[in-house]
Design a protein around this ligand. Sequence first.
Ligand SMILES: Nc1ncnc2c1ncn2[C@@H]1O[C@H](COP(=O)(O)OP(=O)(O)O)[C@@H](O)[C@H]1O
Ligand SMILES: [Mg+2]
Length: 304
Amino acid sequence: MTDEFATDAAGTDAATRASSGARSDLVHREVLLSVTGLDVELPARTGGRVRVLDDVSFDVPRGRVVGIVGESGSGKTMLLRALLGILPDGATPTWRRVLLDGHDITAELPRRRLPAAMVFQDPMTSFDPLVRIGAHLTEVVQRFQRVGRRRAAELAREALVAVRIPDPDRVLTRYPHELSGGMRQRAMIAMALLANPELLLADEPTTALDATIQAQILALLRSLQSERALTVVIVTHDLAVVAAVCDDVLVMKDGRIVESGEVDRVFREPRHPYTRELLAAAPAEPAEPEGPVDHAAGPKEADA
Ligand SMILES: Nc1ncnc2c1ncn2[C@@H]1O[C@H](COP(=O)(O)OP(=O)(O)O)[C@@H](O)[C@H]1O
Ligand SMILES: [Mg+2]
């Protein structure tokens, strides 16, 4: 690995071994997930196979919000799908090495699931249109916990409160299409939380929403990260999203990671020509989820 996360991981290992313990400057991050040499091939429409992820290596530091940015078709969604074990039919993922909390789990993949849950780009296609929000949520609770129906309903309601839905009892009885886009995305985040993930993956979670709602959802993800000690990975094609909520960023192009590092560093001194190109093309004023958006308050959408 050539990026600075990798250096951090190596530094942590070295510091753990060092008896003096004098290397605390290097032990500033614990790595939740470390992936080395991930390839994904898919059947090509024209026959043969196409490699959509090519030797992808990265670390996800625990408790951080990591952005994955890159143009459409660069492999961002495939990367999240590979982590979740939900690649399209016929896909073959291979890894050189995967560490979870420092433990080598390469041999257990893909059978072993990572402690991850996903917030999909379009909640309308992820919810069953004929199933009420409450039933979606309790189904997830009962899949992950041995609890009765009453307790499952309580936990579902609590999850809606956690994502700042102001009228959870009403929303539980709604069908997905009866909610606004922002409310539906909150419900989708609630559903992901009910799987008790350590790693929350979000694939362009705000692309379908207008700017105000977008900022609220991003602020919510940021708040949930700290409240629940989550590690969050947000895929976006929007550098303003990265600037506003992410600690670290991976830049993807053509199925590869071309640059990675702390957001401040990457924005200040991008090393890869493609990163520079992205930054030069970005609007000067990044979106700000802070300021007028009140993290603790409920959303200000009129409907639900
Ligand atoms: N079901 C599929 N079968 C074959 N190729 C696919 C499929 N889905 C996506 N691809 C291809 O995989 C590449 C990466 O896609 P994707 O991860 O969706 O990109 P991104 O999310 O960055 O826009 C693209 O070249 C895309 O055309
Ligand atoms: Mg995508």
